[in-house]
Design a protein around this ligand. Structure first.
Ligand code: BG6
Length: 515
């Protein structure tokens, strides 16, 4: 008699599952730049939401460090106000009070040794009070020029390691300004910390839909067989934003779109899309595979750049029905600024899987709408037997992974139009996060802070990876900097971007997807 074995069925309801609660060792999170914009908008609300979910370690303390001369009570008041304003969920008063009670504050300049001695003393007091040795997680959320300084000082006072507890350091973006400075920063950080202690943040990797790229590719047999040069015509990665620079001229004037979004977030999307399957979802195995893809992107020579990269700036226009100024009219921006707010690139991944398949990347601020998506355009079928039956608009299949908003995946298929004729038209097969999973996705910082506290670096950028990322954009930055004369193309705010970017895809007989 044969026995039918039922496949293993999950006992939990995946539709209502929220953030998991993996065990986390008692931890002190020390945030440098704790009163800054990122901390107020993202970090403190993320920590609150972890507390709300019961995901923080049983013993958790937060030490804010910043230049503001204020008391711990002032800091807690600021934290409360930030959490109430920016948390994705309305704060529960009991949880919030509990979290605020665990907050400490150390004021001072980052170059002052006394600050680090006070941080050390605060951490020792916390350990003495709790009777535990808390893990220490330093979070550098300051302006990037302070990263090497703070690392060095932490090393000087011996805060780079602790006996019988883990010490980790999370470093915000931008990690470097170009390849040379990223190398110098890596060298400085690694003088003080081991690579296994370092967590370089790219908040895109904390996004649910970004991680889903791996789930989609490596947990389904459906896609992988076509995920290569035999079936893929080209790939388009779009990060369009409707917002402008939002008062960040000081940072953005030096950065520009290529440094701000392409070097990190967009190339990470490309790497996840194009990498070979890792044998396990484990930090070094995943990062080894991403690194191989990045290494396979042959950086352009400076003379190649005009044919593979386009830059532009937003001019005045209308966004959401309201008139907005152009980039050069923004406060703090030079009236003759050459900083790009739009960048488009054509890259090639020179390996067996992807040879000959162009990867088009475009990003811009003040575009018609916010949209982050990866579109994998497949080749047309070799022969279509329906031409004579009145089919119109028959197109090749496209797999679109929408990162935000309306997170989901859609596959454009050809289907028969109901009726007596064999006529076809494109239809979409869709899966939307909002309807498939009832729980609200956590913010990317929640996931990343928790992972770093657990010592899991899978979703963080390794030293060699960050240098490979810079290596790809460095020649483009150099070519643009060297060309200080050609006019920078302008596009109206609220538009689809500069017409100059069309040439990049049209030269290959292709078109940008509709924004
Ligand atoms: C940041 C950039 O890293 O990412 C910003 O500095 C950009 O300029 C932001 O607006 C986009 O992030 P998200 O999560 O809104 O897509």
């Amino acid at each position: 008699m044969s026995v039918l074995v039922e496949p293993h069925l999950p006992t939990t309801n995946v539709l209502v599952e929220g953030l998991e609660r993996p065990p986390v060792q008692p931890t002190a999170l020390i945030v440098f730049g704790a009163t800054g914009d990122l901390s107020r908008r993202k970090l403190l609300p993320a920590v609150y939401n972890l507390a709300h979910d019961g995901a923080l370690p049983e013993r958790f303390e937060l030490v804010g460090v910043s230049r503001g001369e204020q008391t711990a009570a002032d800091f807690r008041a600021m934290a409360r106000e930030s959490i109430e304003r920016f948390s994705r969920r309305r704060p529960d008063p009991t949880v919030l009070e509990g979290l605020l009670a665990e907050m400490h504050y150390v004021p001072g300049e980052f170059d002052d040794d006394a600050v680090y001695r006070r941080v050390a003393a605060t951490l020792n007091e916390i350990d003495a009070e709790t009777g535990l040795l808390l893990n220490r997680m330093f979070y550098l959320s300051t302006a990037p020029q302070f990263f090497p300084l703070i690392c060095g000082k932490l090393g000087d006072v011996g805060l780079n390691r602790a006996e019988k507890a883990q010490t980790r350091i999370v470093i915000e973006k931008p990690f470097g300004f170009d390849l040379a400075s990223a190398r110098r920063l890596n060298a400085k950080v690694l003088e003080v910390f081991e690579e296994s202690q370092v967590f370089r943040i790219d908040h895109y990797l904390g996004k649910e839909t970004v991680q889903n790229v791996m789930a989609l590719r490596f947990a389904n047999t459906l896609f992988e067989p076509v995920w290569n040069r035999n079936y893929v015509d080209h790939v388009q990665i779009t990060v369009a934003e409707a917002i402008g620079i939002e008062g960040r001229a000081g940072y953005y004037e030096r950065a520009g779109a290529l440094r701000d979004l392409v070097q990190n977030h967009m190339l990470q999307l490309l790497a996840l899309l194009a990498m070979e399957p890792a044998t396990a979802f484990e930090a070094n195995r995943v990062r080894d595979e991403k690194l191989k893809v990045l290494d396979a992107i042959v950086p352009p020579t400076v003379t190649d750049v005009p044919a593979m990269a386009v830059r532009a700036q937003y001019g005045p226009g209308v966004v959401g029905g309201l008139p907005v100024p152009g980039y050069r009219q923004e406060e703090g921006v030079a009236p003759d600024s050459r900083t790009e707010t739009y960048a488009a690139l054509r890259l090639r991944v020179s390996n067996w899987r992807w040879a000959g398949v162009p990867f088009y990347l475009r990003t811009g601020k003040r575009l018609a709408r916010k949209l982050t998506e990866i579109a994998v355009q497949l080749k047309p079928v070799p022969h279509l037997p329906f031409q004579d039956t009145g089919s119109i608009g028959v197109q090749a299949n496209t797999i679109v992974i929408t990162i935000q908003p309306d997170e989901g995946v859609s596959v454009k298929l050809e289907a028969k139009i109901p009726g007596t004729l064999m006529r076809l038209r494109p239809v979409n097969m869709e899966y939307r996060y909002g309807t498939a999973f009832l729980s609200q996705s956590p913010e990317s910082y929640e996931r990343l802070i928790l992972d770093a506290m657990r010592g899991d670096a899978t979703l963080f950028t390794r030293d060699d990876e960050i240098e490979a990322l810079w290596g790809i954009v460095d020649p483009v930055l150099a070519a643009w900097e060297a060309d200080a004369w050609s006019p920078i193309p302008q596009y109206p705010s609220g538009s689809k971007g500069p017409i100059e970017a069309n040439a990049l895809v049209e030269a290959d007989g292709r078109r940008w997807r509709r924004l």
